[in-house]
Design a protein around this ligand. Structure first.
Ligand code: FES
Length: 296
């Protein structure tokens, strides 16, 4: 497989879509999971989804599943949802609150910090300390929760991401947000199609008319076009953002890394991206802007 994959990679033409196999081949997908999703920092959810000790939600990454929770001390943790006894799934509800984690198979009990606190009838010589839940690494970034399944092998310098995104996001107070609604849908396509779609707006004019109403069709790195309206809006907004104490600094894939953060102006008259151009709610940080961060 490795040879095939290397041949496939060599056959890729820069600037074009990748060969078909990268989108449909199951073995390539498994390599994607191993090399990308198991080794990089992934957005898991919002801090405000688990405000109280014992609050948790599940996160699936391929065949792996994490329990992301807030422990007794208020720290966010992530444990693999696999019992250390016989490998049963421990938590089965998508989200909830619990004082401890009890395996439904033989009722081993784990504390929120992952320590095994009760294992019936295991006899003398059994050392519960050897059977903690396997942890994943967690970092909170201004109200966002990120996890890494294999931190020792991580290919992403998360400190650099943190330093770039944190000052731009912190003023918006995301940790004080509340989940008003959830929507989840499956796309019948390989994940790379979604990433590629996100990285171009060639399709926006017809597919996202309301987005085009409120946003300039400019502002992506490498875009050589210019627009007087956009340039003057940007200049005006930079001044206003600085006055409001918001950092407008654009960080765009520094040193070949895979993260970008940018604050972009909305078109004149738009306070939000809603087609009504406004909102009956108070705006985050009173700022009609689109803050955009990505880790690709
Ligand atoms: S598999 Fe969990 S207690 Fe046995």
């Amino acid at each position: 497989m490795m040879t095939d994959l290397n041949n496939l990679l060599r056959s890729r033409v820069p600037g074009r879509s990748m060969p078909r196999e990268f989108y449909v081949d199951l073995e390539v997908f498994e390599e994607d999971l191993r090399r990308v999703f198991h080794k990089n920092w992934l957005f898991a959810g919002h801090s405000c989804e688990i405000p109280e000790p014992g609050d948790y939600f599940l996160l699936s990454v391929g065949a792996e599943e994490l329990i992301v929770l807030r422990d007794k001390e208020g720290a966010v943790r992530a444990h693999f949802n696999v019992c250390r006894h016989r490998g049963s799934r421990i938590v089965t509800e998508e989200r909830g609150r619990s004082r401890s984690l009890v395996c439904p198979y033989h009722q081993w009990v784990y504390a929120l910090d992952g320590g095994l606190t009760n294992a019936r009838l295991m006899g003398e010589g059994f050392d519960a300390g050897e059977y903690r839940l396997r942890p994943a690494t967690v970092r909170e970034l201004a109200g966002l929760v990120f996890v890494c399944l294999s931190p020792d092998e991580s290919t992403q310098d998360f400190d650099a991401v943190f330093e770039a995104v944190e000052p731009q996001l912190r003023p918006h107070g995301l940790e004080r947000a509340k989940v008003a609604a959830r929507d989840s849908y499956e796309v019948r396509a390989n994940w790379k199609v979604l990433v590629e779609n996100n990285r171009e707006c060639y399709h926006c004019r017809v597919s996202h008319p309301e987005f085009c109403m409120s946003n300039y069709d400019l502002g992506l790195p490498g875009d050589s076009r210019s627009d007087e309206g956009y340039e003057s809006a940007l200049e005006h907004e930079y001044e206003r953002w600085r006055f409001l104490g918001l950092s407008p600094e654009e960080v765009s894939f520094p040193n070949g890394s895979s993260h970008r953060v940018s604050r972009l102006p909305l078109k004149e008259g738009f306070l939000t991206e809603a087609s009504t151009a406004t909102s009956s709610r108070r705006l985050w940080a009173n700022s009609p802007t689109r803050t955009w961060a990505a880790c690709a």
